[in-house]
Write a protein that binds this ligand. Sequence first.
Ligand SMILES: Cc1cc2nc3c(=O)[nH]c(=O)nc-3n(C[C@H](O)[C@H](O)[C@H](O)COP(=O)(O)O)c2cc1C
Length: 261
Amino acid sequence: MPSSDIFDIIHNRRSIRKFTDQPVTEEVLEKILEAGFRAPFATQLCSVVYTRKPEIMKKLRRLGVYPTTKVLMIFLIDVRRLEKIMHQRGHAYNQDDGMTLWLGVQDVSLVVENLILAAEALGLGSVLLGNAPLNADLLCQVLKIPKRVYPVVGLCLGYPDPTEETEIRPRFALKHSAFEDSYHDLSESEIREAMQIMDEGYLAQDYYVRLGAKIPLRTGKDDISLDEYSWCEHISRKYCQGRWTEEPLVAIIRKHGFRDL
Ligand SMILES: Cc1cc2nc3c(=O)[nH]c(=O)nc-3n(C[C@H](O)[C@H](O)[C@H](O)COP(=O)(O)O)c2cc1C
């Protein structure tokens, strides 16, 4: 049941990857978009392109778009609009693109989370798609996104299919991620405790067993069975085997008009 209590919404949210046939109306879309864009901003660098058309989503399957998604949103850093405003004011852009993009990620992130929570409050569910930046060439071609506008993240939206089993996924404990007054460099035993919380949490939910998949090691050698495989091994495998794409992200970003990176 949708709730209007912000803490209920935050603590009950989980990623949704299977949606019912119920369409998302214009009115609902407008309401969640308005809520998204009420987020705090540094520069208002966020824009979004969204679609309800399955044929467009099909062209973007490579992003991992879930087949029952009702709305696909691609959130963008829009430096082009900023430059148009500056042009109107008689100024030329002269700023560090690295910092501008960083501020863009900040602006986009806040819009996205506001929008996700607003959608939850209206009974919708969602899942983010993180590989949008690496698929900028395809996204920009299909969605007619010009130079100086760069995709940050995708979002699949719709009404949750009740046949999908979902659970609240574990998180690091606050003592391992929120530090008062100064950074706390976790000791070996604290790291092990943080890992145990995550691993036991995922194992208790049989997460990877139900998924039926592990990230394969490029060495081909793998001593960990699916029922022992958990989040810490998973996240380590994601980051220990080299780049995910042949072209590094910075090279792709440069092609899209951010040449001084
Ligand atoms: C930036 C970002 C990118 C993500 N990309 C994907 C993705 O490509 N595919 C996917 O199924 N889930 C993706 N997720 C969802 C995460 O897997 C999910 O949030 C995480 O496992 C925690 O689960 P929860 O959202 O149910 O709490 C992404 C989440 C974030 C924040």
